[in-house]
Design a protein around this ligand. Sequence first.
Ligand SMILES: Cc1cc2nc3c(=O)[nH]c(=O)nc-3n(C[C@H](O)[C@H](O)[C@H](O)COP(=O)(O)OP(=O)(O)OC[C@H]3O[C@@H](n4cnc5c(N)ncnc54)[C@H](O)[C@@H]3O)c2cc1C
Length: 503
Amino acid sequence: MTAGGPVVVIGAGLGGLSAAMRLAGAGREVTVVEASDVPGGCCGTATLGSHRFDTGPSVLTMPGVLADTFAAAGQDMERWLPLRRLDPYYRLTFHDGSRLDVVAGADAMAEQVRELSGPEEARRYQRFRRLLGEMFEAEWGAFIDRDMTRLRALARPYALARLAALGGFRRLDGLVRRHLTDERLIRAHTFQALYVGLSPRRALGVYAVIAHMDTVGGVYFPREGGMHAVPRAMAAAAEKAGAVFRYGVRATRIETDGAGVVAVRLATGERLAARHAVVACDLVRAQGRRGGDGLLPEEAADWRLRRPRFSPSCLVAHFALDRRPEGQAHHTLHFGREWESTFAALEAGRPQSDPSLLVTCPVNHGPDNHGPHDHGPGDGGPAVLSVLEPTANTRGGADWTALTPRLLDRMLSRLADLGYGDLSATPRLVLDPPAWRRRGHSAGTPFALDARFTQTAWFRPSGAARRVPGLHFAGMYTAPGVGVPPVLISGRLAAERILESAP
Ligand SMILES: Cc1cc2nc3c(=O)[nH]c(=O)nc-3n(C[C@H](O)[C@H](O)[C@H](O)COP(=O)(O)OP(=O)(O)OC[C@H]3O[C@@H](n4cnc5c(N)ncnc54)[C@H](O)[C@@H]3O)c2cc1C
C-alpha cells in the first residue's frame, strides 16, 4: 500500500510523463492513461518501410531539466538515455548564400560572427550574448521554473524591474536590434519567436531566453533511437518506479463529488478511483467547449480558455533517403529572402510567400555508438530528412486539400534549389494542419496556444482547477508553455502540488 491516494495522469506526452515519473518516484500509486499505443504525444514516431522518423522535436535543449526528472524517479538519465551534444548546434543559411554555424563556446561563436559580419559586430554579439545570459538568470527562477498557481496574487517587483531594465518588456525584434546590426544575425536571434507562436515584432523581449537556451545552452540528441527515445525512456523509468501504463484507451470523464476528484472514467467503461488527476492533454478539447470532448467537469472551466488564441501550425515532409547527404548538419534553418511579410502572412492565416525551412537530417552516431538496435534516425539506420515549413493553423479557413499539394510542390523545388536534389519521387510522409487535427490537436496545430501577453505566465490556463480539489493540469496548454523543457516543468509543478497537498 502506497502513501496518499491514487493519481491518474491523462496523457503520456512529455508533460504527463514528467508528472508520472515524479509521483511514482515519491511512492504514489500512479496510473497513466494514454489514448495512443505509444508514449510521447508530440514527441512521436512514424515509419515508412524500414525508415523511422521522429514526428516532433528534433533536438533537446536544457537536458538538465530532463535529468532532474529521471533523478526524481530514482533513476540516472545517463543510463537510460545517453545524449550527445550536437556540433554545430545548428546551421543557418541565408538567401545571399552566406551561412552561420551556431557552435559551442562564447569565443568560438564570436569567431563565427566575426567571419560572417566583421569584428565590430562580433564585439556587439559578445555584449548581446552576456545580456542573454543575464536575462535567462532573471527569468528562469522567477517566472519559468515557478508555480504560477501560487503566485497569481503575488507581484515580484524586483524580478519584474530587473527584467524591464534588461529590455524584457520591449518587443523581441526591437530588443535584438538595439544590440545587433547585421540583419542575418538579427534573424538568427529572433526566429525563435515562432516557437511560441508569434512574430518577433509581437513577441516580448523575454522570449530572447529561447535563443539563450539553444545558442548558448546547447542542443542535444539521444545517442540511440532518435528523439522518440526520450518518452520511451521516461515511460520505462516511470514504470520501474511503479507507475502503471494503460495505452490505447482514452479517458472520457473526470468524476468529482463535493470534495473533489474521485475517479477517472475510461472509454472502455472502466472507472479508475483517483484522489488526484493530472490532465496533460489538449485542454481546449478537454474542456468540452466548441466541440470538445467534455473530459473535465463543468466547474473546472477556466476563463483563460474562453477565447483561445492558437499558435500557427506547420507542414512537415519526412523523406526516406537512400543515404545521408554529405556534410549535412543535423539541423539546418534555411532562411527565405522575405522576413516581415512571412510573419504577417502567418498571422493573417495565409501561406507565406517565401518561408524559412527547417531541415533535420538526424546525425549518425559514428564509432562511439555501440550495440545493435532497431531504430532509424540517429543510430546509423536508414537516412531520413525532415523538412518543416511554418503554416497557418486550420482556423485560418484555408482549403488544405488544394493548399497542401501546392505547398509541397514549392517545398520540393526550394529543396532542389538548396542542393538537396530532386526529392519528388522519394517516398515521403506528410503531416499538414488537418493531419495534426486528426491527431487530436485543436485548430490543427501541435503548438497549442501562442504566447501573447494575455496567454503567458499568470494568464496562461492554470495548472490547478481552483474549484475542484485534486484536479491538476500539465503540458503545453499550461504555464510555462510550449516546448520540451517547459512541459517537463509543468509536470513537475503538478506533481509537487499533489505531493504537498493532503493525501
Ligand atoms: C513538429 C514539432 C516540432 C517541435 N519541435 C520542438 C523543438 O525543437 N523543441 C522543443 O522544445 N519543442 C518542440 N516541439 C514542441 C514539443 O514537442 C511539445 O511542446 C511537447 O512535446 C508537448 O507535450 P505535452 O505533454 O504538453 O502534449 P502532447 O505531446 O500533445 O501529449 C498529450 C498526450 O495526451 C494524449 N491524450 C489526449 N487526450 C487524451 C485522453 N482523453 N485520454 C488519454 N490520452 C489522451 C495524447 O494522445 C498525447 O499522447 C515540437 C513539436 C512538434 C509537433
